[in-house]
Design a protein around this ligand. Structure first.
Ligand SMILES: [Mg+2]
Length: 240
């Protein structure tokens, strides 16, 4: 179910512009603008193909599984589908880790419904689009830009920032903390943020209490902190 409050973002962009301020909209990528389920499914199917000789049963399981069956971890998804071999589940986890964070796999991601048109409208209204992602420099930067363009998100137009984590090992939360300082450096007005991780959404709410903070109800990490009541909830970007 989407949120009727999404349109409020456009009103806020207009209001900030009218005050002579640069409106800033912050968008997370994974599980916010993009669904990563097709990326996970692709990796799982490659694993099944490459291990067909030793584990012929995997082929049928992988063929049966759909985008909707993909959750937070591919090995958990496989376990739910009936795979019990611990060694095999550990191997799929390793195989996944070697691919999920790579440029070419990002191109499998789908847009969360309505996301590209929504971001496009924000940009056309004059907002600075600040893509903020825990994807890292040194393996995911080219694929990120290609995926944004392929799915129709604004980029290469000016007023579009793509901020990636400087290295793979940096803590995601510490990175987003640093990013807040960068966002402030524009001396604009943050009008909205969009996140699927409740902890990050709470953090943006604390940093920019005047803005509208949207929590995407797609998926989030296990053990995530509870989302604050003030967050606007939606599972897509379709305007109602
Ligand atoms: Mg995310």
């Amino acid at each position: 179910m989407g949120s009727p409050r999404l349109r409020e973002v456009f009103t806020r962009i207009d209001a900030a512009s009218a005050r002579g301020k640069l409106p800033v909209c912050v968008f997370d990528l994974d599980s916010t603008l993009f669904s990563t389920a097709p990326r996970n499914l692709q990796i799982l199917r490659e694993f099944a193909r490459e291990h067909a000789a030793l584990h012929p049963e995997l082929g049928a399981i992988a063929a049966r599984m759909q985008v909707a069956d993909m959750g937070w971890n591919v090995h958990d998804d496989l376990a739910r589908a009936g795979v019990t071999d611990a060694g095999l589940l550990a191997a799929v986890k390793e195989f996944w880790k070697e691919r999920f964070f790579q440029d070419e796999y990002l191109l499998h991601d789908h847009e969360v419904p309505g996301a590209a048109a929504f971001v496009e409208t924000c940009h056309a209204k004059g907002a600075l689009i600040y893509y903020l992602t825990g994807r890292h420099v040194g393996g995911m930067e080219i694929g990120s830009v290609q995926a944004l363009r392929r799915r129709g998100f604004p980029f290469w137009l000016g007023r579009c920032v793509l901020h990636l984590k400087p290295d793979f090992d940096m803590d995601d939360r510490a990175f987003k903390d640093d990013a807040i300082a960068d966002i402030r450096s524009y001396r604009g007005e943050v009008v909205a943020s969009f996140e699927n991780e409740p902890g990050n959404a709470n953090m943006f709410l604390a940093a920019f209490p005047e803005a509208l903070h949207v929590l995407l109800l797609t998926m989030h990490s296990p053990g995530a902190e509870p989302p604050r009541r003030e967050l606007v909830r939606t599972d897509d970007f379709l305007l109602r």
